[in-house]
Design a protein around this ligand. Structure first.
Ligand code: MN
Length: 235
């Protein structure tokens, strides 16, 4: 096969303990999946079905502990924010998944950051326009290695916390999700056939906030290790 322009690399993430990498196909994200975060975003914590948005696969920035990754402060924002999230990595296909069967398609889990141009997201929300400008841009998804289910099981409780410059800003427990991972996949798979290589960001606990160039983000989820990222100056 030949192409009319040079072809880029398939986005991929290291797999803990293996030399093979996890190729990334789609990135799906859940909005407001911890009640304290739903409140801080001006919503309520009622148990409505979850809603979803996407990021491009090439928004990932793989970072392996103890390395410190780097993401550039993005264009067109004055309010660039972090959201630390548990990410499920899908290893098999599935549509209309029953919650009891949804875990079967998960290959593993990772620590991820749903980086957000909050001013653009809120502006779009208020104008009833899509969230893409706020959520979907270059380097918007720093992520640690995928930990296979064979090693870590299906984490459904445990501390999830983010420090900025050594100060704890986000702190919660996976058990506080409004919809657990099997239910997230159950709902998501009614809209999309989930496919091998898909990543699902499962929502963030309370404490989101802005960062500036030079800031160091260190996220951690019990059992899945750490993810460290420094914010680089804008282009
Ligand atoms: Mn998020």
């Amino acid at each position: 096969m030949s192409y009319i322009i040079p072809v880029w690399d398939l986005p991929s993430i290291p797999v803990a303990g293996r030399s093979e990498r996890f190729p990334v196909r789609h990135i799906y994200c859940v909005g407001r999946n911890y009640s304290e975060h739903a409140k801080e975003m001006g919503g309520d914590a009622s148990k409505e079905p979850p809603f979803f948005f996407t990021k491009p696969a090439d928004a990932i920035v793989p970072v392996v502990d103890p390395d410190v990754g780097s993401v550039r402060y993005p264009a067109a924002t004055k309010n660039y924010q972090y959201e630390l999230e548990l990410v499920a990595a899908v290893g098999a296909s599935g549509a209309n998944l029953a919650p009891e069967r949804a875990n079967e398609i998960i290959y593993g889990y990772a620590v991820g950051l749903d980086m957000t141009r909050r001013d653009l997201q809120i502006d779009m929300r208020e104008k009833k326009r899509p969230w893409d400008l706020g959520k979907s841009f270059a380097e918007a998804a720093p992520i640690g290695p995928v930990h296979p289910v064979a090693q870590v099981g299906h984490p459904n409780r445990g501390r999830i916390a983010l420090d900025v410059n050594g100060e704890t800003r986000q702190q919660g427990d996976l058990a506080a999700m409004i919809w657990d991972v099997p239910h997230v996949l159950h709902f998501l798979s009614q809209y999309y056939e989930l496919l091998p290589g898909d990543l699902v960001f499962t929502g963030t606990p309370a404490g989101v906030g802005p960062v500036v160039p030079g800031d160091l983000l260190v996220g951690r989820i019990e059992g899945l290790g750490g993810l460290s990222v420094r914010i680089a100056p804008p282009r």
